[in-house]
Design a protein around this ligand. Structure first.
Ligand code: PMP
Length: 402
């Protein structure tokens, strides 16, 4: 029944394969720049101090039980989660034109969004994604039989945005197509449109009646400012565009394994929002019944307490600040070494990742000779760099580039 023909051996997930190879490497100098998880200056995972506090509050709550969450998750989380994205004074919220549901982190939110589009979207059921995009997007959409088409995004020449190409593809797509956009800190390139470019994109999307699907996995993590990192979404909402948002709390709360996230739909009328919510509840019930509570409760405690919220913003500035300082240091060191090529893209790019421009041969050479682990496309997780390994890394890059 389960012959090799029926169930062929699938390749290992490249990112998890990379992690396995890193762990097996005995070199004391090894550097892990693969998976996008924050590390402190000692290359160790960082439990946000505010998360530690919320965790203590949660554990000491005498009324804590382990009952099921409501199907749509805990309202104290979902109501604050949408405010975080749109701004508390957003007209869409005042007019009750939104609906929110807790999900299995950002991946679960992307999946629910994909499923919702597959079932209910009446436009062109094709998803346009950036070239390149987070590798999981392709399988999340194809799993629910939505075709995926790429739009130009990254320019190999400038290592920045191919804005003309992006706009042309979005303008050429059939009216009412689904356009996937990274809200900030684009994965894998670290290249984001400017606010002016976002405004142009919003006009174009409105004109073509496209349906934006925002993936927001790094709010607060890019600039350190939650509102700034949500500026793109807000621009689209201000124009009255209906859209969906997949929101992850993995990176900005450091709650990776707890799977806390939300899915939101901004609609044209409150009646539409109510109908959408009713269908989302049915999809959720059949898929996960109700969402997990632990990470959601922690995020909810922080989002609902002004003092803890302010402390969270400090923690976000610390994480994004350390990453930005690593960008500055890496660029300076490569320029100091006179490493062939230009390195301004390292500081121009933002967020967890940088697309270095290193090619596959150079990436493999770095792995073999210097025990530096990064994905084959030359992407590095900036959080893997710290004051102790940055010299070593810059010298290793210099060597393979020459
Ligand atoms: N979207 C993007 C672009 C991401 O980079 C990630 C995290 N790698 C996610 C979504 C979702 O991650 P999670 O399911 O851990 O929240």
């Amino acid at each position: 029944r389960f012959s090799a023909e029926a169930v062929p051996q699938a390749p290992e997930d490249p990112l998890y394969g990379l992690k396995r190879a890193f762990l097996a490497d005995p070199s004391p100098n090894k550097v892990d720049l693969g998976i996008g998880a924050y590390r402190d200056d000692n290359a160790k995972p960082w439990v946000l101090p505010v998360v530690k506090k919320a965790d203590d509050i949660l554990r000491n709550d005498p009324n804590l039980d382990h009952e099921y969450a409501p199907i749509a998750g805990i309202p104290t989380l979902t109501s604050k989660a949408i405010e975080l994205l749109l701004g508390a004074d957003s007209p869409a919220l005042k007019e009750k034109r939104t609906t929110s549901m807790q999900t299995i982190s950002g991946t679960g939110a992307c999946h629910v969004g994909a499923l919702f589009c597959a079932r209910f979207f009446r436009g062109n059921k094709t998803v346009y994604v950036s070239d390149p995009t987070w590798a999981n997007h392709n399988q999340i959409f194809s799993n629910v039989d939505l075709p995926v088409v790429k739009y130009p995004y990254f320019s190999k020449d400038t290592k920045g945005l191919n804005f003309a190409g992006m706009k042309a593809a979005i303008a050429d797509a059939p009216e009412e197509s689904i356009i996937l956009l990274h809200a900030c800190a684009h994965n894998p390139t670290g290249v984001d449109p400017t606010v002016e470019q976002w405004a142009e994109l919003a006009d174009l999307v409105a004109q073509k009646r496209h349906f934006p699907f925002f993936d927001c996995a790094y709010q607060g993590f890019a600039s350190g400012n939650l509102a700034k990192d949500a500026a793109a979404i807000r621009l689209f909402v201000e124009r009255g565009i209906e859209l969906i948002i997949a929101q992850s709390f993995a990176k900005n709360f450091g709650l990776y394994g707890e799977r806390a996230g939300c899915f939101h739909v901004v609609t044209d009328t409150p009646e539409t929002a109510t109908r959408v919510a009713s269908q989302l509840a049915i999809l959720q019930r059949s898929e996960i019944s109700s969402p997990p509570l632990y990470g959601a409760r922690i995020a909810s405690i922080v989002l609902n307490d002004p003092a803890l919220f302010a402390e969270w913003e400090d923690n976000l500035r610390e994480m994004s600040g350390r990453i930005i300082s690593m960008r500055t240091a890496l660029r300076a060191k490569l320029e100091e070494l006179g490493t062939p090529g230009t390195w301004n893209h390292i500081t121009d790019q933002i967020g967890m990742f940088s697309f270095t421009g290193l090619n596959e041969a150079q990436v493999l050479k770095l792995r073999e000779e210097a025990h530096v682990y990064m994905t084959k496309n030359g992407r590095i997780s900036m959080a893997g760099l710290n004051t102790k390994n940055i010299d070593y890394f810059a010298k290793a890059v210099d060597k393979v580039v020459r």
